[in-house]
Design a protein around this ligand. Structure first.
Ligand code: HEM
Length: 364
């Protein structure tokens, strides 16, 4: 195990400030303050014309280039969100991509639709199923990190849980799972975030330079593992075969492996860090529930699920409408964008017995 776990690298403070991260892209939201408005809108109709942020009086923020300038619809009920998520033919993931000359799917499976989505997803999915999560991931990395970090907190008799714990577990786990060394975790994340950042403070030059660092690092790692496989995700992906319907199975190309690795880094790193903080905050501000989980570890899974329902760190996702369609009372034209409100759906009284909860402030 390397030093990154316990080192007081100033990059941690720079990269793991939730409020600053959200404010940087004009995206800091006080969940409790907007929730009454969410309930009012949802009670009026499951789907509204317009952007969710606009409907809630929040500053404009474009998450995806492909969504710019299109008509948006916001989906607020659990039932309507589920219907859209399940109909990939009408509501496409294509909205998540970036336009580039080579038409490369730089966002990987996140921007693919079936059957391509399923075929590519299958090449990596075995590593993310429960037996591997509780086996390979835990024994290889997670148990060790958690024990080390807790020992450090216990020794100091204090803890700043965001920086001392939540920030460190996911980035270290994911970076080392891919096959990079733990010491590279922070610098790699820093480069990755700056290569994709939409912050006003990041120049195009920064993005290109950092994008090159990310690609060179990953392509170098893939070449090294091709020569000498090890027990990591890159070596696993080098062995798997892509099985597209109607085509012969074939190995993934280096760029396809790189895209999988980048997506896993970004999808797993930030979300897990923030969601861990949200759930710990919820438990620490509800001592009865904290004690119940501590006394009965079987409740842990439900506590994590409830944290995700209560305040999901990724509260809305986009889909592109592929054909003119009627959806919950709206005639929606092809080319429009649906904003699927996981946050609003997760507090929908038609789905949840006690949808509202306690008070908190979170950024999203
Ligand atoms: C609590 C933490 C997490 C949250 C809240 C979260 C949330 C989400 C959501 C809502 C989506 C769906 C996006 C869409 O359909 O448009 C998604 C997709 C995805 N997430 Fe996560 N995620 C978390 C952790 C992770 C981790 C740890 C990894 C990997 C190490 C990961 C990898 C992915 C990938 C690869 C996709 C694309 C899946 C697909 O298109 O089939 N996520 N995540």
């Amino acid at each position: 195990m390397t030093n990154v776990l316990v080192a007081d690298d100033p990059l941690y403070e720079k990269l793991y400030d939730v409020r600053r991260e959200a404010e940087d892209i004009g995206n800091a939201v006080d969940v409790d303050a907007i929730m009454p408005q969410v309930h009012r809108l949802r009670a009026e109709a499951p789907v509204h014309k317009g952007r969710l942020r606009e409907l809630l009086g929040l500053p404009h923020h474009d998450r995806h280039v492909r969504a710019r300038g299109r008509q948006h619809y916001s989906v607020l009920t659990y039932e309507a969100c589920e219907a859209a998520f399940r109909d990939a033919q009408t509501f496409s993931n294509g909205v998540q991509g970036n336009d580039n000359p080579a038409n490369e799917k730089t966002m990987g499976i996140l921007e693919m639709d079936p059957p391509m989505h399923r075929a590519y997803r299958r090449t990596i999915q075995p590593k993310f199923l429960m037996p591997e999560a509780m086996g390979w991931w835990r024994t290889r990395t997670i148990d060790g990190i958690v024990e080390r970090l807790i020992a450090r907190m216990a020794k100091d008799d204090r803890a700043e849980l965001n920086l001392d714990f939540c920030a460190r577990v996911p980035v270290y786990t994911i970076t080392t799972a891919i096959g990079l060394s733990g010491d590279e975790a922070l610098t790699f994340r820093h480069a990755y975030l700056h290569s994709t950042s939409q912050s006003r403070n990041t120049t195009m030059e920064d993005r290109v330079r950092n994008g090159r660092i990310v690609e060179d690092t990953l392509l170098g790692l893939i070449a090294a593992r091709r020569a000498e496989p090890q027990d990591d995700l890159i070596s696993f992906l080098l062995k798997t075969k892509l099985m597209m319907p109607g085509a012969d199975p074939r190995p993934l190309s280096d760029r396809e492996i790189m895209t999988h690795a980048k997506l896993v880094m970004v999808a797993g790193g930030g979300t897990s860090w923030r969601q861990m903080g949200i759930t710990l905050f919820a438990l620490l501000t509800h001592r009865d529930q904290f004690e119940a989980v501590r006394d009965d570890r079987a409740l842990l899974g439900d506590a994590i699920e409830e944290g995700l329902r209560w305040n999901p760190t990724a509260p809305y996702f986009y889909r592109m409408v592929t054909a003119d369609t009627e959806f919950y009372g709206h005639q929606i034209a092809a080319g429009s964008v649906l904003e699927l409100g996981l946050g609003p759906a997760n507090r929908d009284p038609a789905r949840w017995e006690i949808p509202m909860s306690t008070t908190s402030t979170a950024t999203s």
